[in-house]
Design a protein around this ligand. Structure first.
Ligand SMILES: NC(=O)c1ccc[n+]([C@@H]2O[C@H](COP(=O)([O-])OP(=O)(O)OC[C@H]3O[C@@H](n4cnc5c(N)ncnc54)[C@H](O)[C@@H]3O)[C@@H](O)[C@H]2O)c1
Length: 497
């Protein structure tokens, strides 16, 4: 069976006798749709640049509203990642620590020629909210406030947490929308009750309005940091706003809690980022709603440890045309996330998200002799003694000149939430930028933020870019474009004129 989407986003399906014939057909149709769409976009761009050229030059920031007032960050799931992020922001605000790992806080962006010497900080180049303007709320099935939740997560040193206690203890969880069928390994008391899923969505919308009022925030962002839900595939209910709302009213079991949060946010015009591998906003209905209400979306699954390494190493193999016969990845971790992923349904969701990376980067269809027979396996093992300190091993079997085999071993002793927290911060600030930017806010999916995700969202028919350095270039070029700066292509012939 092959699935593909045409240039207008319509889905098609056809039966084939072999899976390779199906895959080949799917790739060809996708490429055709891609080309057709690109052709249309180029015509549109040419038209708009003609009209832009005929106007007098306008100040570049004219299209991006300034970041005035407070930015409210709403987090479903106040666990290890969420508390490490919020505690980190407060520690940085108090001058107790540095925002290591955050592109918005520490990164620079080169502008113009290599000889120009212009490399401002990202946060000075585009108008981002300042850390002092961030205010927080969250939802969780447990009643712990952020101080208790951070202490239980065991990521941050107790001496640091003690210094942040009054602030962290003031962030208490709102009652969650939860369905045990979607997260089998945990259960908690702090859960909303309602007659239907639509009723639960209404309660979340009320929470959002209440928080906006009580915090005085001028803008909001929702950032999913809750547990990974069981694997499901999209159904008819997810295809349009009309069918989704009907399904909400009828308590359709294919509507997961994360989708109810996403629906509530987008209905309130609030952007939504998905840090877990659940479908959530990766659905036609959410794209429709996001575009309609100009509330940007992005996801899915923060790219933190092992996949970060994979999207650095695999492009290097392809660049040097080194073959790959196998890549075996295994992890041990002992936090609550590890416990949730011990359930086969939640693991399958994570596995799908982790597996797509190599296929997209290495393009076995284009390089069958190098990558046509690669064996890719991903395992996650729950091992409580390690807590949040994950160990990810990779055994990589590659081959070079004349087919001679070689091996690479990677052993990454990482800290999951320490790697995730700066990603959360950057996504909050960039999504907020997108919602203030006339060119980005109506697009729906913010593909320029793929840099942060294991399984980046794209419009139907367009394959995702997984290579970390292509993703970084896409992100920085988007910022340059927003400010009317020249895009950097690295051609560089002008230096030799
Ligand atoms: N840390 C990383 O490196 C990393 C990387 C990629 C993705 N993720 C994903 O981020 C998410 C958070 O990770 P974590 O380590 O903080 O996990 P965690 O288990 O510490 O925290 C998740 C929290 O979500 C709560 N929760 C579950 N369902 C909920 C619901 N429906 N509404 C509100 N709260 C709910 C749980 O009670 C828990 O407190 C997970 O889905 C994980 O897979 C983490």
């Amino acid at each position: 069976m092959a699935d593909w989407w045409d240039a207008d986003g319509r889905r098609h399906r056809k039966q084939f006798s072999t899976s390779s014939a199906a895959r080949e057909h799917e790739h060809r149709e996708t490429a055709l749709a891609h080309a057709e769409r690109a052709g249309r976009e180029m015509k549109l761009a040419a038209r708009s640049s003609r009209s832009r050229r005929s106007q007098p030059a306008v100040a570049d920031t004219g299209t991006v509203e300034p970041a005035k007032g407070k930015l409210g960050v709403m987090i479903p799931g106040m666990g290890a990642v969420a508390t490490t992020f919020v505690a980190g922001v407060e520690a940085i605000r108090k001058g107790l620590a540095k925002p290591i790992g955050s592109l918005t806080q520490m990164g620079t962006i080169r502008l113009g020629k290599r000889t120009d010497g212009r490399s401002p900080k990202v946060k000075e180049f585009v108008p981002l909210a300042g850390l002092d303007d961030l205010v927080f709320t969250g939802w969780d099935i447990f009643e712990d406030n952020m101080f208790e939740a951070a202490s239980n997560a065991g990521v941050l040193d107790y001496r640091l947490l003690e210094q942040l206690k009054p602030f962290l203890a003031s962030v208490t969880p709102r009652a969650a929308v939860f369905d045990h069928n979607y997260v089998k390994k945990i259960d908690g008391p702090n859960v909303k009750k309602g007659k239907s899923k639509m009723d639960l969505a209404e309660q979340l919308r009320q929470d959002i309005r209440d928080f906006k009022k009580s915090s005085g925030a001028s803008r909001l962002i929702t950032m999913w940091c809750a547990s990974t839900e069981s694997y499901i595939e999209p159904t008819e209910a997810h295809q349009s706003l009309k069918s989704f709302e009907k399904a909400l009213r009828e308590n359709d079991e294919m509507i997961a809690p994360s989708m109810i949060y996403a629906y509530a946010s987008l209905m309130e015009g609030v952007p939504f980022a998905n840090g877990a591998p659940n479908l959530t906003v990766d659905l036609p209905v959410m794209l429709e709603l996001s575009r309609k209400n100009e509330a940007p979306i992005c996801g899915k699954d923060f790219k933190t440890g092992q996949t970060l390494m994979k999207t650095v190493l695999a492009p290097a193999f392809k660049a040097r045309l080194l073959g790959l016969s196998g890549w075996y990845s295994t992890n041990i971790l002992g936090n609550r996330d590890g416990e949730v992923l011990d359930d086969p349904g939640s693991f399958k969701t994570k596995e799908e998200s982790k597996l797509g990376v190599l296929e997209h980067i290495l393009q076995p269809g284009l390089y069958p002799e190098l990558y046509g027979n690669m064996f890719h396996k991903v395992r996650i093992n729950y091992y409580p003694p390690r807590g949040d300190n994950k160990e990810g091993w990779d055994n990589i079997d590659i081959f070079g000149w004349l087919g001679y085999p070689m091996q690479i071993k990677v052993d990454f002793l990482c800290r999951d939430s320490i790697l995730a927290a700066p990603i959360v911060l950057d996504l909050v600030l960039f999504l907020d930028l997108a919602q203030r930017c006339s060119e980005l806010k109506g697009l729906g999916i913010q593909e320029w933020l793929s840099f942060y995700f294991k399984s980046p969202m794209t419009v139907p028919g367009l394959y995702p870019e997984h290579d970390l350095f292509i993703q970084l270039m896409k992100l920085k070029n988007t910022l340059r474009h927003l400010k009317g700066e020249e895009l950097i292509t690295h051609l560089g012939l002008e230096y030799y004129d």
